[in-house]
Design a protein around this ligand. Sequence first.
Ligand SMILES: Cc1cc2nc3c(=O)[nH]c(=O)nc-3n(C[C@H](O)[C@H](O)[C@H](O)COP(=O)(O)O)c2cc1C
Length: 373
Amino acid sequence: MRRPTAGRGTSRTAPDAIARALEEAVDRGRLAPSVHNTQPWTFVLFPDRVELRADRTRQLTVLDPHGRELVLSIGAALLNVRAALAARRFAVDVARLPSPDDPDLLAVVRPVEGPPEAGLAPLDRVAHRRHTNRRPFEPATVPDQVIDLLVDVAAAEYALLVPMRDPAQSSLVAELTQEADRLQAADPAYRAELEHWISRPPAQGDGVPASSVPRTPRTRRDAVPLRDFDVRGTGGLPSHTGSGTEQTMVLVATPHDEPLDWLRSGEALERLLLELTRRDWVAGPLTQALEVPTTRERLRRLTAPAHPQMLMRIGRAALAEPTGRRPRRTVVVNSTRPTPSAPGTPAQEPPAPPPPEPRHRPVSDGRGGTAWL
Ligand SMILES: Cc1cc2nc3c(=O)[nH]c(=O)nc-3n(C[C@H](O)[C@H](O)[C@H](O)COP(=O)(O)O)c2cc1C
């Protein structure tokens, strides 16, 4: 079945249905992962489209001076918006970085006539269940058939997924992560920036709370150390993380290293994370080695000629807690939804319930998965 048009050509959909879908889609966008939970985005609603804009005031100027991880985070939000519209049976026209004069306009998403994007609707139903997991991973590794599926999922988002299948690859990742972690920890400016994002007042609804990071032991023994967010010794998760060279790790890479590639990497990252969530796998980014130029360059040996954009570990673990989200009114512009006026609005508003199961027929998406048409 075709979703009626929105915004272009002859419209058979009531404008309020489009507006409602866009309002719901930005709520899914808000659930996306972001570096240090900075949520560096603004969603600007129009009757026929939504714009995703970068909020540069939230850029990590020490860790991320070029804004690569900021753009990547907004790419993750963009994937959630696309999935939400697919689940509501809208096709979309996505313009990425449409305006060279306005580099903070990262994407414009417009519902249009046609079939929804294949394979995305089921992901919308798990967007609220995806959380970065820093709990101890079980020793089990991810089977090859799941990895093969992830390779295809990344390819659908114009990214390359490189699994660390060989011990030499995992050893290099471990060595470079340790080195980058050491260099970052020795930089007072890096530490000050980190401190800022782990000590945010709860009402701000951003930053990384102590409850979602491991307690850092006096002597760190993990071969692939997670980022040390436990600056104050109050980390709420066990210090043992199981982050060794035997765990499953994958790199996401892109042919070039421009803002468009960063945006696409974020879309690929979130699509991978949601596909994993659907299958009860958990994951966590480990990006220190991608943030120090010298270690990133050496990591490129594993993806060359492509450029590495993201490293993550995948496994099985107890569920992670959700982190906060900025109040809706501070990130969504032109919303027609009434905003709560009472003080003390909770920072983590409950996500809208998933849309009803589609009543259309399931078809193969050509990559071993199922799409609903
Ligand atoms: C570009 C990017 C880089 C990240 N790097 C790390 C990292 O190095 N270590 C880590 O533990 N989490 C990392 N994260 C996860 C964020 O900290 C996490 O998404 C954020 O705190 C929000 O939590 P949630 O993913 O559970 O919603 C990264 C996320 C993104 C998008």
